[in-house]
Design a binder for this molecule. Structure first.
Ligand code: MSP
Length: 476
């Protein structure tokens, strides 16, 4: 039986269209999912939409649609987006899905209730709809949420509270022992510092009428719907069968990794482990936290005019170029910058030149001088590459591929097989065959990153052909 590998990315709020930040986390997750498939594991890769947010209902109603019509339409659009980026996911969760998601959300609620983790309290607080979370005065800058530059709404209501504070010490111990591994170290330290100060109880439901009746109803109390983060986090369980298909759930839970952005670390390394502990479920093994994408050093924003549309780049270049840029030119552990200039420069240097060039040179020599295709050994993927990807080192794994591309270039310069083969045909052919085998290994390593290019190169090698046109045309 194949070893299971369960990977999730955050489920996105569908109130607005997807942008470069979403493209980034999705490409990163897809590369990891494809890597584990390549290494022979049975992968389940989850993505989807976080639909039960009040901001989603507000936008829908403003556009004259019911929330359900709107989220279904957004889902269709997002699926097209993923297709254009070459994303191969196993499930697309919609949290408005009453058959597949709600049973899990309801079961989690019941488990929290049974464990004494929930309590009804009356509450006064400040709520930021952008974050979909309550804020304290110390979270605000000049009375506004710093992430959304908006004053939060004052809310007075009765709701259920999740007694998260009680789990602070257990969560801290699990993170300290790396039983819940937070990657990278800087984020691990950040969350440990937060846990040091102690977690606060969180409001876990909203009055039904205040959220336009939109959300998962609290079992046994129709006056309340679940807090959106409560049901959203449970999508990681419900999609693999929690509350619905025990065998599937057992197969894939605990998750091998949740991929998230640094802005939602608290929810994933605070609230989520608290919920799982309360419900008596195992914690995910790893939380991988990436940085934010900026453009020209600034947050992308329509008013600054520095928004770069990932689909526009796919249309001008192709999806492989976008995947390359996001995986190789951006460090997953820090904020990363993309501008049209840096994109073009990286494309020309490393795809049109680097990779494209080496493929043409080697396959031209092979086609001209070898009478039949080169025999390829079974597994040509280096262990080092597997280790890097097993440790979520996407950028370093891509660096390794391009180091190998440079090494091939150097070898061609040094040995000049195109000349040698004229003077000493057999010695020349030996080198050309070795170059083809190394190129095949590069093609295999490219599979998770540039899946189409990988197949193209492998096919050319198997047919002993050179590309009819450059794999990546130079851009001017
Ligand atoms: N719905 C919640 C997640 C629930 S998971 C159970 C959410 N959605 S979101 O649509 O606002 O953001 C989803 C992800 O996109 C987050 O991981 C966030 O970090 C990421 N990004 C949003 N803008 C980004 C950048 N500019 N750069 C990189 N990632 C960014 O939060």
């Amino acid at each position: 039986m194949k070893e299971a590998f369960y990977i999730t990315e955050p489920i996105f709020y569908p109130n607005a269209d997807l942008h470069m930040g979403h493209a980034y986390v999705t490409v990163l997750s897809d590369i990891l999912a494809r890597s584990h498939r390549l290494f022979g594991q049975e992968v389940f890769y989850l993505l989807g939409n976080d639909e039960n947010a009040s901001k989603v209902a507000r936008v829908a109603l403003a556009l004259g649609h019911t929330p359900k019509e709107f989220v279904d339409e957004q889902t269709r659009k997002f699926k097209v987006f993923y297709e254009r980026l070459g994303i191969e996911y196993d499930a697309f969760v919609q949290t408005s899905d009453k058959n597949n998601h709600w049973p899990g959300a309801i079961l989690m609620w019941q488990k929290l209730m049974e464990a004494g983790g929930l309590e009804k309290r009356s509450y006064t607080g400040l709520y930021c709809v952008g974050c979909e979370s309550f804020k304290t005065e110390k979270d605000l800058v000049d009375g506004k949420c710093p992430d959304h530059d908006k004053e939060p709404e004052k809310i007075e209501e009765e709701n259920y509270f999740f007694k998260l504070s009680a789990y602070t010490e257990r969560i801290k111990a699990l993170i300290e022992k790396n039983e819940l591994l937070i990657v990278p170290e800087t984020r691990r330290n950040e969350i440990l510092a937060l846990l040091e100060r102690g977690l606060e109880d969180v409001s876990f439901s909203r009055p039904t009428e205040k959220v336009m009746g939109w959300g998962v109803p609290v079992p046994g109390d129709p006056s309340q719907v679940m807090y959106v983060w409560c049901d959203a986090l449970v999508s990681y369980l419900s999609t693999i069968g929690f509350g619905r298909d025990e065998a599937l759930f057992k197969k894939f839970w605990p998750a091998d990794v949740h991929i998230i952005g640094k802005d939602i670390l608290r929810f994933h390394a605070g609230i989520w482990p608290g919920m799982l502990l309360a419900a008596g479920l195992p914690l995910p093994k790893t939380i991988f936290v990436h940085g934010m994408i900026t453009s020209g050093g600034r947050k992308m924003s329509k008013s600054i005019g520095n928004v770069i549309d990932p689909i526009k780049l796919v249309e001008e270049y192709n999806s492989e170029a976008l995947r390359y840029f996001l995986a190789r030119e951006i460090s997953p552990f820090n904020d990363g910058d993309v501008t049209e200039e840096s994109f073009k420069a990286a494309y020309n240097a490393n795809l049109a030149n680097g990779l494209g060039n080496v493929v043409s040179r080697i396959l031209k020599m092979a086609e001209t001088n070898l009478s039949e295709p080169v025999e390829i050994p079974a597994d040509t993927i280096p262990e080092e590459f597997k280790t890097l990807l097993n440790n979520f080192e996407v950028q370093k794994a891509a660096d390794l591929i391009w180091q190998k591309i440079s090494a091939l270039d150097e070898r061609i310069q040094l040995t000049q097989p195109f000349k040698l083969v004229k003077e000493q045909p057999e010695a020349g052919k030996v080198i050309i065959r070795e170059l083809v085998v190394d190129l095949y290994s590069i093609a295999q390593m490219l599979a998770p990153f540039l899946p189409d290019t990988s197949v193209k190169i492998e096919t050319l090698i198997k047919n002993n052909q050179s590309p009819a046109e450059p794999l990546f045309a130079r851009k001017y």
